[in-house]
Design a protein around this ligand. Structure first.
Ligand SMILES: CC(C)(COP(=O)(O)OP(=O)(O)OC[C@H]1O[C@@H](n2cnc3c(N)ncnc32)[C@H](O)[C@@H]1OP(=O)(O)O)[C@@H](O)C(=O)NCCC(=O)NCCS
Length: 179
């Protein structure tokens, strides 16, 4: 994979992010909605692009409230998937949460969204709840959402620590809270 560039979402990215959101989700968010989300306390946005492409190809929106970080949305342009952009953005959002001392990182994901579920599982998130009929489907009906969470919030470099490091107190805490 070519190197991914990630930076904070800027005002001039919002139209592009709204278009990406529309390409990723049935219920799309307008630029105004994204602006409103970014205007709430603790909210943050990230955008990513592969090194060999100029336009922003992926985005993440999150919010940190006290000691919890919620991933509000994550999307990658359909033609840019499976290149690591989603994972890189998720890692960046988790790293931000860890830096700002969030103790929990959580999100909602459609129960049949196997791509996203695998991505989140690969980063240590586990299913902790279910919200019935959470997502409306365009053809009618609704899909349940699963709440996935990791606690504590460990950035990628600490999750990937070699086994020897697991005797450190922090790592022991991480292992016991995930079992
Ligand atoms: C989910 C999504 C963000 C993944 O982004 P991506 O850039 O394609 O993901 P990555 O290339 O970083 O993949 C990382 C890991 O996620 C998992 N994964 C991603 N796409 C997958 C797929 N189609 N099938 C199975 N596993 C998948 C794999 O474990 C993958 O690791 P691998 O490539 O080493 O096997 C992207 O598919 C997307 O935007 N989907 C539509 C919007 C959405 O559902 N967002 C999440 C809402 S909760």
């Amino acid at each position: 994979m070519s190197e991914t560039s990630i930076r904070a979402m800027a005002a001039h990215d919002i139209d592009c992010v709204a278009a990406l959101h529309g390409a990723c989700f049935e219920e799309s968010w307008s630029g105004d909605m994204i602006r409103r989300v970014l205007g709430t306390a603790g909210a943050f946005g990230l955008v990513a692009r592969p090194a060999d492409a100029t336009p922003v190809a992926a985005f993440a929106l999150g919010r940190i409230v006290v000691d919890e970080c919620e991933l509000l949305s994550l999307g990658v342009a359909p033609l840019q998937r499976r290149q690591g952009l989603g994972a890189a953005l998720l890692d960046a959002a988790i790293a931000r949460a860890a830096t700002l001392r969030a103790r929990r990182f959580f999100l909602e994901v459609g129960e049949f969204n196997s791509a996203a579920r695998r991505l989140y599982e690969s980063r240590g998130l586990r299913i902790v709840g279910r919200r019935e009929d959470y997502y409306a489907l365009t053809g009618g009906g609704a899909m349940d959402a699963l709440t996935m969470r990791c606690e504590p919030v460990l950035p990628a470099r600490r999750r990937a620590a070699p086994p020897a490091a697991e005797s450190a107190p922090d790592a022991r805490r991480a292992m016991s809270s995930r079992s």
